[in-house]
Each structure stands twice: as C-alpha cells, then as structure tokens.
Design a protein around this ligand. Structure first.
Ligand code: ZN
Length: 244
C-alpha cells in the first residue's frame, strides 16, 4: 500500500482509490461502501486491471485494505489469468451475441456502424471508431433488452420503469425501488441466453426484491437456462470488460 493509504486519484462515484503493491507492481484497488452489503467482499476489476473491496456499513476502510493485502497472491493470480485487452480497432474481433465478428473500418462511408456479411462495419474517422462501435453496441443492447423487459414484465403482471444502459463493472443489471432497470451494455457481446437471463433476473426483482426461493422460481419461469447463463457469466464475465 502506498501513500499511507490516502486516495491517489479522484474516486469515481464515491469510491476511494488506492494502490496495492504486489511484487513491485502497483495494482489499482478501489474501496467502495455499500449500505446493503452484509460482508467484506474482494473481487477483481477486469476493466481496471485491479481489485475492488466492498465494505458493509460500520466496517473501517483499513479492514478492507488488510483483506486485499492478505489476498495479494490471489489478486495477482486472477489478474494474470485475465484475457488480453482487446481494443476496438480495424481488424479486431468483437463478440456480438456470443459470436466473434471482425471489425472493418469504412472511412469513406456515411453512417455509424452496421452488420454486413458477418462483419461489423464502422464508418467515419479512425479516431472515432472505438466510440462509434461502443455507441452501436450500446444501441443494439437496448434494442434487444427493451422488448425482453416489456415481455417478461407483462408475464409477471408488472410494469418496468426506465431502462438505462451503463458500463457497470460490479453488476450486470440492477432494479431500483421505483422499478427502473439498469443493464451493462457489454451483455450484448454475450450469448443471447445470457442476455435473456440477466433481463429475467432484473425483471423478477420487480415482483420479488430479495433472492428468495420464490424469486428464483420467478426467474426460472422467465428464461430457459438460468443456471447455464450464471455459469457463463462466472467463467467469461470478466472477459467482457477487456473489450474496447
Ligand atoms: Zn438480484
């Protein structure tokens, strides 16, 4: 730990950022408070090549830092096992609904991005390619998620509020108390069954707040392979944060 445990950068959304020294390498460590967390949780932050500690109410920051120090070897192992970063660029390959698609830069073309013969074409200047492709994926995510939300909510006799697409790192989706739903746009890179499961999960929260047996029965009624999708996210979810 460096700097006497002082935050080293402007923390995003109330998180405090530290640096963990692992074998001479500075690994970013984010510490966040969660009023609903019941225990200290340490996990990998694949997007940042770092780690995140979640503190429940009343637990001092130092306890979280201690936990990260004690599990430094685990953190190093998990970070080393992450897939390589895959920047969005001409010629790179991007999964779309679980299928890898080559990316083609079409500088002379108008428009933003489109699918053509199994490739994702992105128009405009090369310096805007990554943003254009991100915007396109976000739009495709919304286009697929919105009707699923409407359909599944109707099956439960519920109405969902607004739908937001974000680049969330810690969760794939969330459901607020007033019924607004939020999803990570990166889910559009996962197989369709995984996207379907995450929508089913959040829509089921419209009817059941917690993760009770009744909640899981509702999820099972809304999607075909919840178990398979959860296993896929466990095994491959971190990899989705390595794109772009
Ligand atoms: Zn949940």
């Amino acid at each position: 730990m460096r700097g006497g445990g002082r935050p080293r950068a402007a923390p995003p959304a109330g998180d405090a950022c530290y640096s963990l020294d692992i074998e001479g390498r500075a690994v970013p460590l984010r510490v966040r408070r969660n009023g609903r967390a019941r225990r200290l949780v340490l996990r990998i932050d694949a997007a940042a090549d770092g780690a995140v500690v979640t503190l429940p109410p009343g637990v001092p920051v130092e306890d979280g830092l201690d936990m990260a120090r004690q599990r430094a070897a685990w953190i190093a192992g998990r970070l080393a096992a992450l897939p390589a970063r895959r920047p969005f660029a001409d010629g790179s390959r991007v999964p779309f609904l679980g299928v890898e698609h080559p990316v083609r830069h079409r500088s002379g073309c108008r428009g933003t991005a489109w699918l053509e013969d199994g490739e994702i074409h992105v128009a405009g200047g090369a310096e805007h390619l990554a943003r254009r492709l991100t915007d396109w994926l976000k739009g495709e995510a919304r286009r697929r998620i919105a009707p699923k939300v409407a359909d599944k909510a109707a099956r439960l006799g519920q109405t969902a509020g607004r739908i937001a697409l974000r680049d969330t790192r810690s969760r794939w989706g969330s459901c607020s108390a007033n019924g607004n739903l939020s999803f990570c746009w990166r889910l559009v890179m996962a197989p369709e069954t995984v996207l379907d499961y995450v929508v089913a999960h959040e829509v089921a929260h419209l009817a059941e707040r917690g993760h009770s047996p009744r909640f899981w029965r509702a999820v099972a009624g809304l999607t075909n392979d919840a178990e398979g999708a959860r296993a896929w996210l466990r095994d491959n979810g971190d990899g989705l944060h390595r794109y772009g």
